[in-house]
Ligand binder design. Structure first.
Ligand SMILES: [Zn+2]
Length: 435
């Protein structure tokens, strides 16, 4: 079993709790002093950071949502002056609710430490060659993995996503041993190898770390069998870091959360009451070591369970179950989040009103396809087929441009879908084994 930082990764639970309390107190003090949003909230409930003497006491603090972050866009949630910020990213860019995230030099160092732990847990060493097939851009994902791999001393190929034929050639020529991508890209690479008549047996791949979208156990089996590798899941949030929040160890029985950097809670997304370990609910994350962009009780929207029982790998940090669902109507498709409100706004811009519509996602030939089903109304009813086709094509173009990939638009008869369900996910994620 390989650890990057065995002392921390296997420390006893009491020491974890003590470290969390200290990190929390320091973070609360810093945000109270430097972030107007938190100072206002704390004052409203007559809370002073020094009041927190146990981890239970901070549970009186209100939750933080993505909306709070975008209301303070771009820099009002930063807890340090901009001159101390060395890196800026955004979450999946959304004009209506943008969120900017900053990192200090120390945050960058911690980020590399966390992703190094993730990579070392699945056996990455300085002898490895990592192919990062995630899109390098304003999103943080690939940069965090790169930093961790370089910390380990592995060789990094910042390949970016797409260009599957080139990916396969580079993979073979550069003797790639570790693939980092979304599961969708991994499946795409398998198909590209088939077309190029390249036998994965002849490659040097040994493992892959996959994330940024929900993926089934059957997809894991397919990737492992076809590429002859071990495939593990990783979980991140751009608001927090990107990758480096939680990851699977070789036991593949839940994802260890780095508890020396984060406090994880599970709440009922409706009543907002805390839920006991083992119960499925919304994951809430508090950062206790971040300098530039600390988050206190941030509601992730992701549904999972926490397991505090010991893991066979020896790591003592708790595990969350793999994440397949969200508690809101946000769909995660091809590594991007899409909410019905965003699509509704675009439909409204184009046609001057918001029709009844439903978002439906389905996996077709290894690729997630997003369908926008729109009810035909008098306004959308054209006597000329050609006019109607042009209109649908226009919607398709506008929506695809917005998402950055093809979206399917269909006009349907009223009553075709249940209008109380704005979102339908037809992808099948196998049931996660009970923790
Ligand atoms: Zn483990």
């Amino acid at each position: 079993m390989t650890y990057w930082n065995q002392t921390i990764e296997c420390m006893d639970r009491e020491a974890i709790a003590q470290g969390q309390l200290e990190g929390l107190q320091a973070t609360l003090n810093r945000v109270y002093k430097n972030v107007r949003h938190y100072r206002k909230l704390f004052r409203e409930i007559d809370f002073m950071p020094e009041d927190v003497r146990s981890l239970d006491e901070f549970r009186q603090l209100p939750f933080l949502t993505r909306r709070d972050l975008s209301r303070n866009y771009p820099y009002d949630m930063f807890a340090v002056p901009l001159r101390e910020v060395v890196r800026l990213h955004t979450t999946a860019f959304n004009f209506e609710e943008p969120v900017a995230v900053g990192f200090t030099a120390n945050d960058m160092k911690n980020w590399a430490e966390l992703t190094a732990r993730n990579l070392a847990a699945v056996g990455v060493t300085k002898d490895d060659v990592l192919q990062i097939a995630l899109t390098f851009g304003i999103m943080s994902g690939p940069f965090g993995i790169q930093a961790g791999a370089e910390r380990i001393g592995a060789s990094v190929i910042p390949m970016s996503a797409g260009k599957l034929r080139e990916q396969v050639k580079i993979m073979r020529d550069f003797k790639t041993t570790v693939l980092i991508s979304t599961p969708t890209v991994a499946l795409g690479l398998i198909r590209a190898m088939e077309k190029l008549d390249i036998d994965p047996h002849g490659l040097t791949l040994k493992c892959g770390v996959f994330g940024a979208e929900p993926w089934a156990e059957s997809t894991r089996r397919e990737i492992e069998d076809r590429l002859h590798i071990t495939a593990t899941d990783t979980y991140g949030l751009t608001e927090v870091f990107g990758p480096g929040v939680a990851w699977e160890c070789p036991a593949k029985n839940g994802l260890h959360i780095a508890e020396d950097h984060f406090i994880a809670e599970i709440i009922d997304p409706v009543s907002l009451e805390p839920l006991p370990p083992g119960t499925e609910g919304e994951l809430v994350v508090t950062t206790i070591a971040k300098e530039a962009f600390p988050l206190i009780r941030f509601r992730t929207g992701d549904l999972t369970r926490i397991d505090y029982t010991p893991c066979e790998c020896g790591r003592t940090h708790c595990r969350i179950s793999r994440i397949f669902k969200r508690c809101d109507d946000v769909l995660v498709v091809r590594g991007t989040s899409v909410a019905p409100e965003q699509i509704g706004r675009i439909l409204n811009q184009i046609s001057g009103f918001t029709p009844n519509f439903q978002l439906m996602v389905e996996r077709i030939e290894d690729r997630d396809q997003l369908f926008v089903l729109i009810e035909v109304t008098d306004r959308y009813f054209f006597d000329q087929m050609r006019k109607q086709r042009r209109f649908v094509e226009h919607l398709h173009q506008q929506l695809s441009e917005f998402m950055g990939w093809e979206i399917n638009v269909r006009l349907v008869e009223p009553g075709t879908f249940d209008s109380n369900r704005p979102v339908v996910d037809k992808r099948r994620f196998d049931v996660d084994p009970e923790p």
